[in-house]
Design a protein around this ligand. Sequence first.
Ligand code: NAP
Length: 499
Amino acid sequence: MSGFIKKFKSRHFGKATRKMTGRLSRNLRHKLRKLPNRKKHYGLIGHPLSHTLSPFIHKSIMKQCGIKGTYKSFDIAPEDFDTRVVELLDKLNGFNITIPYKERIIHLLDTLDENSTRYGAVNTVCNRKGYNTDILGFNACAIDFTNKKVLLLGNGGAARIMLPQALSGGPSEICICARDAEKTAKLISDTCRKKNSSSTNGNANTDAITNGDNCINNCTVYHADFRDVTGVYDVILNATPLGMWPHCNEIPVNEDIIKNAEYVFDSIYNPLATRLLLKARQYGVRADNGLVMLLQQALFAQQIWNSKADLSVFNMNQVLPRMNKKLFKHFPIKIVLTGFMGSGKTTIGKKLAKAMGIGFADLDLLIVEDNRKPISAIFKDSGEQFFRESEKKCLARIIKEPASLVVSTGGGALINPDNTAIVKESQGFIFYLATDLETSLKRVGDNQDRPLISGKDREHIEILYNKRLPVYNSISDFTVDATKRPDDVLNTIIEAIGY
Ligand code: NAP
């Protein structure tokens, strides 16, 4: 620390001075904060803040870009908000604001930048001025809206960011789908403008909207259950929490809408792949989660706080894998593999768990361990019914584990709807490793511990295969061609999960 700073600190911040002057003047604090090389203090204000990724993201950016300082979470209860924020405005060099305070902070600030004024929401504060870097983060995702038919789901904070950006991108049509008509009207009037009201058809209104330079004539607003929405849309933007952990089973739109799209953007990033993204990728539709948007908004916040820092050196690819690991740690997900015998569930399961750095469980092995004998012996001594009961018990037990896991199941396990329900209730994802019968039989060979096929003729096995096939197809969230090499199968699953 330079002599000047030492002198400055001892002159203004010595114990005696503090006793004499009580609280330091705001002006003085600002002066001190601006001194070069001083450790900076940043944070995140919100409620609740359990498992937030922001401290990790900001610390990573600061480390890579040589910014000295700290970044902490401040979980503030609504009744303490004003008092605590006034304190933090003085104490911190800058902070982020998240749900539910992005609007409430405004009255405590001196000024707002253009974006936060326009959207009425602040997510970054620096020198008592409010900014909105969520918008910049979404912009940085560079979604192509030119001449596209856009479906926007939701009318909350994320939709406020997405609607004007989509409109600026020159779409051919925008359809907003949300539950609350008044809230959607406010979304449009706050972020764009209705030019004139054109038509109403059932629960849909079509208007012309503009945000100054950009105008489209087809902005349709639906007030319906999302799953009732029909039509073909090029770009789908999910600005709702539908599908977010711990409600991973939810999917906002029906499969026809997803498979006809060109691109799907889900603002959610926990889980990394929502059911919406899995389905999109299944149909070969390009699809992204909200993780890059989250990282980008943090980068823009750091740039505001540290205008002289060179943030271009930040390498996102160094951070993303660690963020993925954190997400699987904080938000436990079960990835359950199903498929006919010989589809490679155990081999792929082990590889997948290793690649993702999470645990692996083999359901058949658990049953063998529980009963202390091979599966063929369980069938011989106690019959299939007993085996199925044991299978259900073991599945229920492993699914309850509080950590993320890859679980490989026996070929018949998820044929039982009770077992599928166990997986779905736990918000697990089912991956079906699809093989043709020939491949399965070749791989299984004459394995004697497969009581349902060993010693049986081809016709018997074919009946079993044809009975199971439609069930696998109907219960799975993602189907992989498992006749390919194990590494190709593994990569397909990893890409689908977005790991
Ligand atoms: P918000 O302001 O609470 O808005 C949520 C929207 O979803 C509202 O339109 C709400 O409609 C709708 N919604 C909620 N539950 C619904 C349901 N069951 N069925 C139909 N609609 C439902 O929240 P937000 O800030 O916009 O956040 C939305 C999502 O975006 C969250 O998952 C959040 O994590 C994510 N997000 C991500 C980033 C990022 O950087 N990646 C940034 C911001 C937000 P009602 O008003 O009718 O309830």
